[in-house]
Structures are given as structure tokens and as C-alpha cells.
Design a protein around this ligand. Structure first.
Ligand code: ZN
Ligand code: FE
Length: 257
């Protein structure tokens, strides 16, 4: 069985295009928001591109698809419910993307909230969560409700705890600084802030994280935790009776901060 590795290609301001590759020189790319750095990275490593995967319609995730197709004419997989230019395969919940050359099968999870048709891809212990689940945070609710986003996030956290999380942006440090305001007494979180600060000081990527780490430190996965509820109530200035109310409040708090 070939060894799968995943590496980031930084693109635009703070996006990551994830390259999934093996030791035989094949690869697939996730969310090419920009073409030039991706093509350069594939050329430098002499990689054969076999597929492009897109999680949602925002330009910073699909804007480079056309340019990458000039490097290699390959299938383009994207959410059925969204407008993805050059898409050849429309994906819905439960579909499986078979990347035969890489020996990989990625399952499709519909994870609306950031956008209405956003999908995440999971297989072989790898989760590509786009702008749904971030390291230490979650995407803004541009097209969905707090209920939808919460459901999408819980769908992802049902995956095995040791799943590696690859998200669309390097937002981790800002996310964790906010998380620390929500949960100042969470020791795992304080440790993570320090570790991530050290990585960023060296200009390194803060992903993958694991779902286990996210469950311990990501406030958007912790609406049921007493301390999160209490601090969200203090921010809102009222009692919050359900986890969805807590989630919506923490999301609004982050948006305002
Ligand atoms: Zn987005
Ligand atoms: Fe984005």
C-alpha cells in the first residue's frame, strides 16, 4: 500500500491548497483558490495531477481551478448544490470519490452553514473540512443558520478522534486567542495557544490538527461545556437555554471581536 502524504501550498492571503500525494508521484489537490503556486509546487516535485476537489463555491477555494486545468486536464469534483466552474463530478452526501491512482477513497459529507452546499471529504483518517471546521474555530455563517452549522460540526466530530483535520485557512492563532477569551481556564487550550504561537513564529503551518484536539479546545465544539455557556451568557447578558443558543452567541461574539 502506497504511503499517503498531505502537504499545504499557501495561496492568496491565508488559504491552503492541500495536496494529497503518494510515493509514486501522483496527487490530487483540494481547494485551489489560486493556480500559480499550485502548479509551481507540482512542477517542482514532478507530480502527476489526477484530480481537483472543491469544498465550496467561494473564489478563494475554486478561483484557481481553470489555471490548474491548464497544467493537467483532470476531473473536478465539487458540491452538487453549488456553482463550481469546470466541475465534472457533482458530489452529494454519501458519494465516494475514488482516487484509484492514489489508492484512496474519500467519502462526501454535506456540511452546510458557511455556504449552503458546502461539503467535507473524509477517508483514511484524513478530513478536508474547507471553511466548515477550522483549527480552533469554524467558518462564518454566510449562507446557513447556527443550527445547520452545529449539525455539520457534529457530523464531523463523529469521525474517529484521531482523524487529521485539514482546513482551508491559516486562522488557527487568531481562533485560539479568541477561544482563550471564551474559556480562560482550559489548560489544554492554553497549551495549544503556546504551541501554535511557536509554529507561527517560525512561519509554519498549524495543521493538521486532530479531532481530539479540536474537541478539547475549539469553543465551537464545546457549546455543552459549562464554562463556555457561562461566558457566552455573560457576553449575551442573558440566560442561554440551549447549546444552539450558546453556539450562536459564541459565533456572534467571534464575528464582533
Ligand atoms: Zn469560504
Ligand atoms: Fe475561504
Amino acid at each position: 500500500m502506497a504511503m499517503t502524504t498531505v502537504f499545504p501550498v499557501p495561496a492568496l492571503n491565508d488559504n491552503y491548497v492541500w495536496v494529497i500525494t503518494d510515493d509514486h508521484g501522483h496527487c490530487a489537490v483540494v481547494d485551489p483558490g489560486e493556480a500559480a503556486p499550485v502548479v509551481e509546487a507540482l512542477r517542482a516535485r514532478n507530480l502527476t495531477l489526477d484530480a481537483i476537489l472543491v469544498t465550496h463555491h467561494h473564489p478563494d477555494h475554486q478561483g484557481g481551478v481553470g489555471g490548474v486545468l491548464k497544467y493537467a486536464e483532470v476531473p473536478v469534483y465539487g458540491p452538487a448544490a453549488e456553482s463550481i466552474r469546470h466541475r465534472t463530478h457533482a458530489l452529494r452526501e454519501g458519494d465516494v470519490v475514488r482516487l484509484d491512482t492514489l489508492g484512496l477513497e474519500l467519502g462526501v459529507l454535506e456540511t452546510p452553514g458557511h455556504t449552503a452546499g458546502h461539503i467535507s471529504l473524509y477517508g483514511h483518517g484524513l478530513l478536508f473540512s474547507g471553511d466548515t471546521l477550522f483549527a480552533g474555530g469554524c467558518g462564518r455563517l454566510f449562507e446557513g443558520t447556527p443550527e445547520q452549522m452545529m449539525q455539520s460540526l457534529s457530523k464531523l466530530t463523529e469521525l474517529p478522534a484521531d482523524t487529521n483535520v485539514y482546513a482551508g485557512h491559516e486562522y488557527t492563532l487568531a481562533n485560539l486567542r479568541f477561544a482563550h477569551r471564551v474559556e480562560p481556564d482550559n489548560d489544554a487550550l492554553s497549551e495549544r495557544v503556546e504551541a501554535v504561537q511557536a509554529l507561527r513564529a517560525r512561519g509554519e503551518c498549524t495543521m493538521p490538527s486532530t479531532l481530539e484536539e479540536e474537541l478539547r479546545t475549539n469553543p465551537f465544539l464545546r457549546s455543552g461545556v459549562d464554562a463556555v455557556r457561562r461566558n457566552a451568557e455573560q457576553y449575551a447578558g442573558k440566560r442561554l437555554s440551549s447549546p444552539v443558543d450558546v453556539f450562536a452567541t459564541v459565533r456572534a461574539w467571534k464575528d464582533a471581536s
